[in-house]
Design a protein around this ligand. Structure first.
Ligand SMILES: Cc1cc2nc3c(=O)[nH]c(=O)nc-3n(C[C@H](O)[C@H](O)[C@H](O)COP(=O)(O)O)c2cc1C
Length: 183
């Protein structure tokens, strides 16, 4: 069964953002709606917006002030039914936990009318740090969903090898979560 809607994907600067096109490919098999990808500046250093644009209907980076009239936190929140953040860095989770709005992604989280779904991506040591867990607890108690990364093997771009540790859901699991939320 296919499903539709207007999906906003926030992409923050985990090295794992390089895998985002695989998630969008999996989504396209079942999703007939529109996909906008909102990238932080760091995310665009790992994955060019031009590559992301091959998989999304629209890519927003907020770099060019000339785009701000059409692509800002208010218009993005108004135009989308669901906002998910994949991958979500420790930095982005910290900003959200503190109610901060240092960039367009986090400002849009504040503006979005319904709960946002975060898919954290970071090393095991980062994920288990008290400060990160404190932020996750805060983000959850503010009503958002933070999807627990499961332990598994993944290629770590920072180490250049496969490690076992917290891993964001697979593309099919991600699609299931989006379906569940948009249904
Ligand atoms: C090679 C490399 C890989 C990184 N991977 C991660 C990561 O997986 N998770 C994370 O939380 N931060 C990671 N970082 C650190 C973030 O890029 C950094 O905190 C950045 O400020 C995040 O900005 P953003 O949240 O605005 O995108 C990585 C940095 C480098 C240089």
């Amino acid at each position: 069964m296919t499903f539709g809607g207007n999906l906003l994907i926030g992409a923050s600067g985990s090295g794992g953002v390089a895998f985002l096109p695989m998630y969008l490919s999996a989504l396209r098999a079942e999703f007939t709606g529109t996909v906008t990808v909102l990238m932080t500046h760091t995310a665009t250093t790992f994955l060019p917006a031009s590559t992301m644009a091959l998989f999304a209907d629209r890519v927003v980076t907020a770099v060019d002030p000339a785009t701000w009239a059409r692509a800002n936190h208010v218009s993005l929140a108004d135009e989308h039914d669901l906002f998910v953040v994949l991958p979500a860095t420790a930095n982005t989770l910290a900003a959200v936990a503190g109610g901060g709005a240092p960039n367009l992604l986090t400002t849009t989280v504040l503006e979005f009318p319904s709960p946002v779904v975060f898919f954290p991506a970071m090393s095991g040591l980062m994920w288990t740090k008290a400060s990160v867990q404190r932020n996750v607890t805060q983000v959850r108690s503010d009503g958002h969903e933070v999807v627990e990364p499961a332990d598994g093997p993944r290629y770590d771009v920072s180490l250049g090898r496969v490690v076992t540790g917290p891993t964001p859901p697979s593309p099919p699991q991600f699609v299931s979560k989006v379906v569940e939320r948009l249904r």
